[in-house]
Design a protein around this ligand. Structure first.
Ligand SMILES: *Cc1c(COP(=O)(O)O)cnc(C)c1O
Length: 359
């Protein structure tokens, strides 16, 4: 038997999770709408498993280099990952991270747990805080400040101290970063964003390594999903897999346009600051002036959609402090841009015109 060749990631995106190639077989996984199954197999109820999930999970697992579980939303995945910490335990986290995570960490503190917060780029601080901690939460670049963390350094230190590590890999996607290969224990995604890619479903994913430690964590995450019931509908998961098929071309286009826009925005008279992490499809801009000026920019675009969320084919922008839960570390005049796949010249013209309305 010859070894299975290692395919390029673009090929995995298109081919992973397909049904077996048999005469007359479908090329896509069926959407299995059944709450229960005939007994005497591993799965006999659909809160525990579903064949449509299996296809999606196989594809994400292959991309991240581990074993994936699909959840009802990114927050469903994040809640399952945070539940790996014992009550009253200690979590190390960035002071600015996705705002749903911020709120869950606050709840964890209210329930008697400890959270040690550091600025995302304070690598030494993160490493020092690992002593005696149960879990370290990582996100890079951070949403929406676009700070880049030193993942290899923190993950190395966490591993050597036996601290569980979780990476929210939503922004880089599996194409930009594969945290398991850097030593992370758990990867989470809001698959609502780039993976599904069309702003039409909510989905989340957790991924663990395929080794013994990963398998123990995977069992606990699966138990959380099953017993808390935050499970995804089969149709949503099918759409997630369908979206994943084009992630390669979508992300390539979006990243190229983001780099071009970041370069053109640098020094723009209507901006105080451009926050571009150097790669990826997101950037944030601090509009010169107050929150009101930033709001006026958001209201003035025609191509860019003024909406929360990110990672869709359509470009979106939002003044993040509109969200009541957004940490005060985010400036009130910061507008987050999620670059989609429209023509870059149209994106530029629209944004530049909207920015000039506040000059
Ligand atoms: C959107 C988002 C989440 C939450 O995902 P939902 O699918 O909305 O529940 C988590 N982390 C990041 C970085 C996100 O952008």
């Amino acid at each position: 038997m010859s070894e299975t060749p290692a395919f390029h990631v673009d090929t995995i995106l298109v081919s992973a999770g397909r049904p077996a190639h048999v005469p007359g077989g479908p090329v896509n996984p069926p959407v299995v709408l059944s709450s229960t199954y005939i007994p005497d197999a591993a799965v006999n109820y659909a809160r525990v498993g579903n064949p449509t999930w299996d296809a999606f999970e196989a594809a994400i697992g292959e991309l991240e280099g581990g074993r994936a579980l699909v959840h009802a939303s990114g927050m469903g995945a994040i809640a399952a990952a945070l539940a790996l910490v014992p009550p009253g335990g200690t979590i190390v986290a960035p002071d600015t991270t996705y705002n749903g995570t911020v709120l869950l960490l606050e709840d964890f503190e209210k329930a008697g747990g400890t959270v040690r917060r550091r600025h995302a780029t304070d690598t030494e601080g993160f490493v020092a805080d690992l002593a005696g901690a149960d879990l370290v939460w990582l996100e890079s670049p951070t949403n929406p400040l676009m700070d880049v963390m030193d993942l290899p350094a923190v993950l190395d230190a966490a591993r050597s101290q036996g601290v569980l590590s979780v990476v929210d890999n939503t922004l880089p996607t599996p194409l930009g970063c594969r945290p398991l290969s850097l030593g992370a224990d758990v990867v989470v995604h809001s698959a609502t964003k780039y993976i599904a890619g069309h702003s039409d479903v909510l989905l989340g994913v957790t991924v663990v390594a395929s080794d013994e430690r990963g398998s123990e964590l995977g069992t606990r995450l699966h138990r959380h999903r099953t017993l808390h019931g935050a499970i995804a509908g089969p149709m949503e998961v099918y759409l997630g897999l369908r979206g994943l098929r084009t992630l390669g071309v979508r992300y390539e286009r979006a990243c190229a346009s983001a780099a071009e826009l970041a370069a053109r925005l640098e020094g723009h008279p209507a901006l105080e600051r451009v926050r571009y992490p150097g790669s990826g499809a997101m950037l944030s801009i601090d509009v010169a002036g107050d929150a009101d000026a930033a709001e006026r920019v958001c209201a003035a675009t025609r191509v860019w959609l003024h909406s929360t969320s990110l990672g869709g084919v359509e470009s979106q922008l939002e003044r993040r402090r509109r969200q009541p839960a957004e940490p005060a570390t985010v400036p009130p005049n910061l507008v987050r841009l999620s670059v989609g796949i429209e023509h870059v010249e149209d994106l530029w013209t629209d944004l530049d015109r909207a920015l000039r309305t506040v000059l």
